[in-house]
Design a protein around this ligand. Sequence first.
Ligand SMILES: Nc1ncnc2c1ncn2[C@@H]1O[C@H](COP(=O)(O)OP(=O)(O)OP(=O)(O)O)[C@@H](O)[C@H]1O
Ligand SMILES: Nc1ncnc2c1ncn2[C@@H]1O[C@H](COP(=O)(O)OP(=O)(O)OP(=O)(O)O)[C@@H](O)[C@H]1O
Ligand SMILES: [Mg+2]
Ligand SMILES: [Mg+2]
Lengths: 228, 228
Amino acid sequence: VIQTIDLTKIYPMGEHHITALNRVTLTFTRGEFAGLVGPSGSGKTTLLNIVGTLDTPTSGQAIVMGTETSALTSLEAARLRRQHIGFIFQTFNLFPVYTVFENVEFPLLLLNLSPAERRQRVMEALDWVGLADRARSRPTQLSGGQSQRVAIARAIVKKPSIVIADEPTANLDAENSYNILDIMLRLNRELSITFLFATHDEKVIRYLRRKITLFDGRVARDELFEQP
Amino acid sequence: VIQTIDLTKIYPMGEHHITALNRVTLTFTRGEFAGLVGPSGSGKTTLLNIVGTLDTPTSGQAIVMGTETSALTSLEAARLRRQHIGFIFQTFNLFPVYTVFENVEFPLLLLNLSPAERRQRVMEALDWVGLADRARSRPTQLSGGQSQRVAIARAIVKKPSIVIADEPTANLDAENSYNILDIMLRLNRELSITFLFATHDEKVIRYLRRKITLFDGRVARDELFEQP
Ligand SMILES: Nc1ncnc2c1ncn2[C@@H]1O[C@H](COP(=O)(O)OP(=O)(O)OP(=O)(O)O)[C@@H](O)[C@H]1O
Ligand SMILES: Nc1ncnc2c1ncn2[C@@H]1O[C@H](COP(=O)(O)OP(=O)(O)OP(=O)(O)O)[C@@H](O)[C@H]1O
Ligand SMILES: [Mg+2]
Ligand SMILES: [Mg+2]
């Protein structure tokens, strides 16, 4: 469902350059529950952005849902994302002018649903993250962890084929973290939604069935784990 | 060095209101290494913002370095902060137009230092957080954890009397987290700098000599720990 071949990303920086990704070759099949770990600056966000079609490689290929992404126009990439990908950003990226409800409803506006159906799904997603009572608030009225939970609800509300989650528990306490991981695991098992995380959180790492360690833009390790 | 008396913060929200802090009474002495823990939305950031003079209470008092903060004009509050407080924000709040070097140099501009002295201190702080080689980069060219480390360097570069750190390790891997905690502990022991954290991170919690648990805007627990 996601494949990268010799994926490389280089940022020019004056006389030097930064090699954020260095010939990364990985394959993810449908229904995986995988995560990228590694030091700060090792390339996790860069890799997630490229397989999420939000960024393009310097060289190499990213193939998502059978489509070679560098061949896409930005309009086609947006359409691929809208249909298949839910993205939780490391910096949340909520719309500050809209309410929590409207932020979470946004991905559903392009599907053929009645307002009542949309409302039911938004409230279900907000229930999952424990924020149904804040539906009318705006992002500036939320704590860090509440904002992160709204970003999570928005990414999973349309139950997309692929959820890309960049450090989704960074600002969450343990109870909220485990609650959200349980919900994500259930979506993964019941609907075969593929989850790809970047994380520093041991609590998340314990849930992963596959753990890929990045170091200096390269794959240093790729391990599989049995989960009960 | 910090004292709160019946500190209360209420946000009006249509027909309801949110009581972010509910009669919080706490005293912090010079040289403490203390942290606030508690669920997402329990009031940690609100309390740090008020004792950091970035926000005012609805009722009750906050007394910082002997000054009752609600009596301050916003100009006087800014002066108190500049002189005595270093702040690490939950959302970093770096200046995107300036370089990493300039961001970290900013708190030093108001002290009587030569450019050479400022440069020496900025590079020392960047060394502490492992980013001396990125001095010329801008925040948009940094990873999440690199941005967080610049925010940390900026808060400690002038070795202020009080450092307020709102989830300073949220986006950091273990090695960077321990490195930064060791540096903060050393500043605390050598210079009696008072540290007040908000955190969900067990790695940080293990370093604290005092752990205050917030729940629903109230102090639920206040515990002291021996540290080797
Ligand atoms: N401007 C505002 N208007 C309304 N409610 C607010 C506003 N700012 C904060 N709140 C609410 O106050 C409560 C406490 O928020 P605070 O940011 O202090 O929590 P926190 O303990 O730092 O949480 P986290 O661990 O998620 O960062 C939350 O319920 C939050 O939604
Ligand atoms: N626009 C850019 N220009 C230059 N360098 C960049 C740019 N964007 C990212 N980088 C660099 O690429 C490297 C990888 O960044 P990336 O954000 O992928 O790291 P990460 O593994 O997600 O780190 P973290 O755990 O801190 O979030 C870092 O060294 C970063 O500074
Ligand atoms: Mg990242
Ligand atoms: Mg907070």
